[in-house]
Design a protein around this ligand. Structure first.
Ligand code: ADP
Length: 316
């Protein structure tokens, strides 16, 4: 193995740029030639593959997103386009890839490996933190910090003006962001997809709290929760009798200056990914567990669904 390439696939996260920077540094330290594949699997098919240099990564460590961009690719699901992708890699003598993405991207790469023997190592990257087998995915800490800053700002206005504030985070199937944010911001209510909540059960308690002097409420809701943000707003106004406002954080959670933790995790994930390929591991994903970093097979990672830590769930 002399030539090694990296690409970003699926939703981008903050932390990808620090990973790209260290990818160039660590491959060069190991006498390998680094390549960037621009625009994910789309770029692999369209031959947007270029040798990377220190110059390409200068000054990017502080920036969110990814300099080589990310994409979703319908074409990569078709065999004939994967053949084109393989021919493009062959032309540059590349037989090993590092993939920054989610389990969908890893599953696509696994098919590619089985067809064409292009080795890969996956680095879990999604702010949803919902990849089975790893406790941490790149980008989560930055997203949580952005949510924290937003909630803290909302609390300032909430405490000055009696209202119920509802903050909606990303998380269609996984409530990790909402749950951790609720826990660390002291929210009164948290709704996530993993748990059905009967709002009625909170009514007496919330009304009593108002009688006892509470002037505002803070609720965090994941976008995939059983109740929608507008239903929750309605409930606060009709059943609790307090004016309510909804803030949907949306894509602001995906951007922003990478946190120190994500910069450090990007560095470690890259070291482990390149080491795996140097050692000859062919289709692994680097997972961060209570035993530290471990390599898991793609089959193990895609075969099961991520479940929230029961100790965190106990907060609800
Ligand atoms: P994520 O990696 O964030 O889970 P997606 O599920 O959207 O994101 O997958 C990203 C890309 O991975 C898809 O656009 C597609 O190009 C590729 N991919 C996903 N599943 C497959 C598959 N079964 N076969 C080939 N490519 C796939």
């Amino acid at each position: 193995m002399n030539n090694i390439a990296i690409l970003c696939s699926g939703g981008d996260v903050s932390g990808m740029n620090p990973a790209l920077k260290h990818f160039v540094e660590y491959t060069k330290q190991n006498n390998l030639t680094p390549y960037f594949i621009y625009d994910g699997y789309e770029g692999l098919i369209d031959n947007k593959i270029q040798e990377a240099s220190y110059k390409d990564v200068s000054g990017i460590i502080t920036r969110g997103g990814t300099k080589i961009r990310s994409a979703r690719s319908k074409r990569f699901k078709e065999k004939k386009y994967r053949q084109i992708a393989k021919d493009n890699l062959d032309a540059k003598g590349i037989d090993s890839l590092v993939i920054l993405g989610g389990d969908g991207s890893f599953a696509g790469m696994d098919i590619f490996y089985k067809e064409h023997k292009i080795k890969f190592c996956g680095i879990p990257s999604t702010i949803d933190n919902d990849i089975y087998g790893t406790e941490y995915c790149l980008g989560v800490d930055t997203a949580l910090n952005i949510i924290k800053t937003s909630i803290d700002a909302i609390r300032d206005t909430a405490s000055s003006f009696g209202r119920a504030f509802i903050v909606e985070t990303m998380g269609r199937e996984c409530g990790y962001l909402a749950l951790v944010s609720a826990l660390t911001s002291g929210a009164e209510l948290c709704l996530i997809p993993e748990k059905e909540v009967a709002l009625k059960e909170y009514e007496d308690d919330f009304k009593t709290q108002i009688k006892n002097g509470r002037s505002y409420f803070l609720s965090i809701i994941a976008e995939g929760a059983k109740h929608s943000s507008s239903e929750l707003k309605e409930w606060f106004e009709q059943s609790i009798g307090i004016e309510s406002r909804v803030t949907v954080l949306g894509h602001v959670q995906r951007g922003g200056n990478p946190s120190i933790y994500d910069r450090l995790m990007a560095y470690k994930f890259i070291n482990y990914a390149i080491d795996a390929l140097i050692m000859g591991k062919d289709e692994s994903v680097i997972c961060y567990t209570n035993k530290g970093f471990v390599y898991k097979s793609i089959q193990e990672v895609v075969s099961q669904k991520y479940a929230l830590d029961t100790k965190l769930l106990a907060y609800l």
